[in-house]
Write a protein that binds this ligand. Structure first.
Ligand code: PLP
Length: 379
């Protein structure tokens, strides 16, 4: 059976060009980038080229990019790395209620260690209120961490406005852009972003590689102690193929950004309009105006989400009930709770996230099956 993959917010297929670029660094150019002979120097040069490509995607200097093991590590490093270093300045962080667990659970650990965290509410579209943010700032506030775009409902936050407030008040602004990078145009200088997390496996690079951008004027404490790799900020022998893969994925993302955004938006809107015109008792979650191009999140009233997923799976369709991290549990996700979705809808939520391999024909197949499954479940 042909598999139709609609779970690109959970992870993506490694792009062929990315795989090909990585391939020589497993068995031919396998030198340690710290080694001084030619094979080491070749690996080092490739890592630096990759760093340049990551930097270009978000418009920063290559020396402001630190490779990590992924979005989770980048988020941990940003929050703990700043708060531990700046504890004499203040112990207050502002974040939102709809962040990924990589942020929320890091905040929980910080709270257990005497830090204070404000979790901003979001409106029914999943967007924070700028006034609310302004009012939450105290003289103790050191860091604002607000995600660029949400992994479940795709809502995009007012990043430029947040950046301006943080900048004016001398507060560091970090954004988790794991879902946004490669899917939206991001310019960290224009948006006044001080730190940004990104992850390879969401943009056609392998799992286990990511990066953290840190503005060159900002100091942070390393999480991992060891050798001098990554300018003493992330010890451990470099994941050379992973870094090269991430660099190539970022290069491709930058080169094709406009087409990618256009195509994903078309598929998403086509899918949503088909569902809207064929099924009643549905709710489209998240903002339609400020939304990731490839994200759809629809709730079907009185439908069991896990059963829906299982039936789609039988048809070769991969989708998600919410965030990959919260799937498996029957409780509505913290994001759906935060936007105030009634439980008779929240239980039947389907996240469909599009990728470059999806075609209109795939969407037609999904729509036909989904309508049939939902209608049968109501009988
Ligand atoms: N932040 C967001 C918004 C995510 O969607 C994810 C992954 O789903 C992460 C962080 C974690 O990234 P990684 O899987 O690379 O650790």
């Amino acid at each position: 059976m042909k598999i139709r993959y609609f779970d690109n917010a959970a992870t993506t297929k490694v792009k062929k060009e990315v795989f090909n670029k990585m391939f020589p660094y497993f068995m031919q150019e396998y030198g340690n980038p710290s080694s001084l002979y030619k094979m080491g120097r070749t690996a080092k040069a490739a890592v630096e080229e990759a760093r340049r490509n990551v930097a270009k995607l978000i418009n920063c200097d290559k020396n402001e990019i630190y490779f990590t093991s992924g979005g989770t590590e980048s988020d941990n490093t940003a929050l703990k790395g700043i708060m531990y270093l700046e504890k004499h300045k203040g112990k207050h962080i502002i974040t939102s209620k709809i962040e990924h667990p990589a942020i929320l659970n890091t905040c929980k650990t910080l709270e257990e260690n005497g830090y204070k965290v404000t979790y901003l509410n979001v409106n029914k579209d999943g967007i924070i209120d700028i006034e609310d943010l302004n009012n939450s700032i105290t003289k103790d506030t050191v860091l604002i961490s607000i995600m660029f775009a949400n992994n479940e409902i795709g809502s995009i936050q007012p990043i430029q406005a947040i950046g301006e407030i943080a900048n004016k008040k001398g507060i560091i602004f970090h954004t988790d852009a794991v879902q946004a990078c490669g899917n939206l145009n991001i310019d960290v200088k224009k948006l006044k972003i001080d730190m940004l997390s990104l992850s390879g496996h969401k943009i056609g690079a392998p799992k286990g590689i990511g990066a953290l951008y840190v503005n060159k004027n900002i100091k942070f404490k390393n999480l991992i102690d060891g050798g001098h790799q990554e300018k003493d900020k992330r010890a451990g022998t470099e994941n050379v193929p992973g870094m090269i893969g991430l660099g190539e994925a970022c290069r491709i993302a930058k080169d094709h950004l406009e087409t990618h955004i256009y195509q994903m938006t078309e598929l998403r809107d086509y899918y949503i309009s088909k569902i809207k015109s064929n099924l009643s008792d549905i709710k489209i979650n998240g903002s339609m105006e400020h939304r990731l191009p490839g994200n759809s999140n629809i709730s079907f009233k009185n439908i069991n989400g896990n059963e829906l997923l299982a039936k789609l799976d039988e048809k070769g369709i991969c989708a998600s009930a919410g965030s990959a991290c919260s799937s498996g549990s029957n409780l509505p996700s913290h994001v759906l709770t935060a936007i105030g979705l009634p439980s008779e809808y929240a239980d039947g939520t389907l996240r469909v996230t599009f990728g470059d391999d999806n075609t209109k024909e795939d969407v037609d197949y999904l729509v036909t099956n989904l309508i049939e499954i939902v209608e049968n479940a109501k009988k």
